[in-house]
Write a protein that binds this ligand. Structure first.
Ligand code: TYD
Length: 224
């Protein structure tokens, strides 16, 4: 496999999606073949799983059923999108991946991490990101941004204590595997965060520095 697999993690309202879009635009401007994708919902079937999982009211899932749906989405995504893109040498920017399962279903819901890791290995057949960016922000700030930005889905609407556990989970995962994780302070202004992401990816891909273009001064509309 010759491509690069970057995943982006973080609590609600960390601005992942707008940063991924802007990073993709930057990389395309540097003629890098980019594939933007997300979980859940990176395939047509996965999109239907996403609708089931994130529906604001139909949410009476038992925890094990919920995690198995996230993993079904992931298995589909790995085989149909991620592995083929890597084989073509593309740079994948993936909005959430396996670490979300460990943070939300493990640290958040309390499912055993070792069992989750075994299920993730089964679903992904061992595919791991080359680097994972954590856009870290306190849940109070993230949830406030999310409320201002529009609707809350079923997982956004969990308690603050749940979101605190998720954040601590991400930070613990990052501490345990520092060679893979890059933690970025997402409470900083949008353009500072974007510049940091571009600089990391530029270096990892070995793109020359002089062409580093300046991010827009303001976030795109609807950025969160
Ligand atoms: P999304 O709207 O993509 O949230 P965000 O914009 O915050 O990324 O919804 C994805 C939700 O699903 C989010 O609340 C995190 C949750 N999730 C899990 O609980 N487990 C998982 O394995 C994944 C991939 C996501």
């Amino acid at each position: 496999m010759s491509g690069w697999f970057f995943s982006f993690e973080g609590p609600e309202g960390s601005g992942k999606s707008s940063h991924i879009r802007a990073l993709a635009d930057y990389l395309r401007s540097r003629r890098v073949p980019v594939r933007v994708t997300r979980e859940p919902g990176g395939t047509p079937l996965g999109q239907r799983i996403r609708e089931l999982l994130l529906h604001p009211t139909e949410g009476d899932w038992v925890d094990r059923a919920e995690v198995l749906l996230f993993l079904a989405d992931r298995a589909q995504h790995v085989d149909q999108v991620l592995r083929p893109a890597l084989a073509r040498g593309e740079v994948i920017l993936c909005d959430r991946y396996a670490d979300s399962t460990l943070a939300y279903q493990g640290y958040g819901r309390g499912l055993p991490l070792d069992q989750l890791r075994a299920l993730i290995a089964f679903a992904t057949r061992g595919l791991q990101p080359h680097r994972t960016f954590l856009l870290d922000v306190a849940p109070e700030i993230g949830l406030q941004r999310r409320r201002q930005g529009g609707g809350m889905d079923r997982l956004d609407a969990q308690t603050l204590a749940f979101h605190r556990r998720v954040r601590e989970g991400f930070l613990a995962l990052a501490r345990a595997e520092p060679e893979r994780w890059i933690v970025v302070d997402a409470s900083k202004p949008w353009d500072v965060v974007q510049r940091t992401l571009r600089e990391h990816v530029r270096r990892l891909l070995g793109l020359p520095e002089e062409e580093l273009s300046k991010p827009d001064d303001s976030p795109p509309r609807g950025a969160r």
